[in-house]
Ligand binder design. Structure first.
Ligand SMILES: [Zn+2]
Length: 130
């Protein structure tokens, strides 16, 4: 393996309700070690974590950011960036009930982009912030 070339892993835990994490590391052990102190895995033991290779995301090793569109396509959902509590999936995007934006940066550690429901988007548009 090329030195310094990191592999993408998705780290999950059977106890975790805060969502999975994607991280880039040289091995699954290092991937788990790199997220064990994150708030998402608060209260989990190292042995609770599972790191699964996700080769499609190796190409994002440099930026360590996966475009939110790719995650939505894979069935991930995200809370609306307007903090209204709406859960947004690809279906909502397809139905034009929600929208992808890059208006905020570095909100999520490994996600490039954000999603807003139509109501929060409309509010932002009213005050010229969309
Ligand atoms: Zn919203």
């Amino acid at each position: 393996m090329e030195k310094g070339k990191l592999k993408a892993y998705i780290v999950t835990s059977q106890w975790n309700e805060n969502g999975d994490l994607i991280t880039w590391a040289e091995s699954s052990g290092k991937a788990k070690a790199s997220v064990i102190n994150s708030w998402e895995f608060h209260g989990n033991d190292y042995t609770d974590l599972r790191a699964k290779r996700i080769k499609d995301f190796d190409k994002y090793a440099d930026s360590k950011k996966v475009p939110i569109e790719e995650l939505l396509k894979r069935g991930w959902w995200f809370y609306c960036g307007g903090f209204c509590g709406t859960e947004i999936t690809q279906d909502n995007i397809d139905a034009k009930e929600a929208f992808v934006t890059r208006r905020r940066e570095d909100i999520n550690d490994f996600v490039d982009g954000d999603v807003y429901c139509d109501r929060c988007k409309a509010k932002l548009e009213e005050c010229g912030k969309w």
